[in-house]
Design a protein around this ligand. Structure first.
Ligand code: PLP
Length: 399
């Protein structure tokens, strides 16, 4: 799609300010088209998108693979409801089960909703004696009330208290965090790589110890792979690298390549407690979104695709390290989930924007690179050089 001839931003901002709820502060720019890791504004600028819609557009903007599925099925059923069987949901569930530890799948519509479902399934299995959900320092599991109750962000939580009870916060990546899990615990929920906290990777040994603690106490282990899952870290599931398998896993962001979708993957034992009527959703698992998700899953799980993610992640990391900037405090992450700790994140992000480079803030001082998983080497190199220029701008005090 080509950009409209007349820039619409000032008028659009005025209209947006009048009608959109004020939950976001957005820059004065309007994106109108995109392709791969490039995204264009209405006034003809081309940004390099290292956000991929916050780890959503796994196959980039205007993916030909996704467009082909949408075109082919535009006249087919879009929604039928979970009252009836449709084939794409079964095809997708089978494909997820085939590629994971899971025995069964519940489809939802977002990450927060998937986590709500996971907590409900864990409590269903735990019964009245095991209600507690243990979550960890730095966690982010979403903004709905139940997911927020497992999210360690006082500023997100406090305006909405009281949150649902029965949630216990525990130290992260710390042996003390393990003892919070006991005979009252329905589940411990953790991100194998924390995203919003600033791309924090726990020690493999700590995740393994958490798995053992859950086994010893009879609690379920839930991995929230909403951000780090589906190829983002270079393996299909982030938990493959520490070689720790959960009982339940939540997915969302990239699952349907940009269409809203979430999923709860349940191991055999966790699934065995689920009964008809115990949880439900109107939209989850509709035929069209499932067809798109199947295409994404089949594409991303190909070994050569995952090898490409690893190579791209290495290239990005090496490029960022090569900048040797005094403003960069640390570079961390796995695959194409890279966090760069910088001295003045707001100024660097603003300078990057001026260089027509989009990055995502996280934690206190981190800027995340979460590009499309099929980002090209030349787009990565260009993103690194724009980031280098942004760092130099801030170092010279000229953001
Ligand atoms: N879990 C994790 C790890 C996330 O990063 C996010 C969103 O950033 C969520 C859950 C919530 O997902 P959603 O915004 O789709 O509700």
């Amino acid at each position: 799609m080509s950009a409209p001839a007349v820039p619409q931003t000032p008028d659009l901002i005025r209209r947006a300010d009048a009608v959109l709820a004020g939950t976001y502060v957005r820059p004065s720019v309007t994106f109108v088209s995109g392709s791969g890791s490039r995204i264009q504004t209405d006034d003809g600028r081309s940004f390099l998108d290292m956000t991929a819609g916050i780890a959503v557009n796994a196959l980039g903007h205007a993916s030909p693979e996704i467009a082909a599925v949408l075109r082919e099925h535009a006249d087919d059923l879009i929604h039928v409801s979970n009252l009836f069987h449709t084939r794409p949901a079964v095809d997708l569930a089978e494909a997820l089960v085939e590629r994971s530890f899971a025995a069964r799948v519940f489809f939802a519509n977002s990450g927060a909703e998937a986590n709500e479902g996971a907590v409900k399934f864990a409590r269903l299995r735990g019964g009245p004696e095991r209600r507690e959900i243990v979550y960890f320092e730095g966690s982010f599991h979403g903004r709905t009330m139940g997911s927020l109750a497992a999210t360690d962000r006082p500023d997100y939580r406090e305006p909405f208290e009281p949150l649902p009870g029965g949630y216990r916060r525990a130290p992260w990546n710390d042996p003390d965090g393990l003892t919070a899990v006991d005979g009252r615990t329905a589940a411990a929920v953790v991100e194998p790589v924390q995203g919003e906290a600033g791309v924090r990777v726990p020690d493999d040994a700590w995740l393994a110890a958490l798995r053992r603690r859950c086994d010893e106490t009879g609690a379920l282990l839930i991995f929230d792979e909403v951000q780090c899952g589906l190829g983002r870290t270079g393996t299909l599931w982030a938990h493959e690298q520490p070689a720790v398998t959960p009982d339940v896993m939540t997915l969302a962001k990239p699952l349907a390549g940009g269409l809203p979708m979430g999923a709860v993957l349940l191991g055999d034992e966790a699934a065995s407690h689920v009964r008809s009527g115990s949880h439900a959703t109107t939209f989850g698992g509709g035929p069209l979104v499932c067809r798109v998700a199947l295409k994404v899953l089949e594409t991303v799980s190909r070994p050569e695709f995952l090898a490409g993610v690893c190579a791209a992640g290495d290239r990005l990391r090496r490029g960022l390290e090569g900048l040797e900037s005094p403003s960069v405090l640390e570079i961390r992450g796995r695959g194409l989930m890279i966090g760069v700790r910088v001295k003045d994140p707001a100024a660097v992000r603003e300078a990057a924007f001026r260089e027509e480079l989009l990055v995502v803030p996280a934690g206190e001082d981190v800027l995340r690179f979460l590009p499309a998983l099929n980002v090209t080497p030349s787009d990565l190199d260009e993103a690194v050089s724009r980031f280098g220029r942004a760092l130099r701008r801030t170092e010279q005090g000229a953001s």
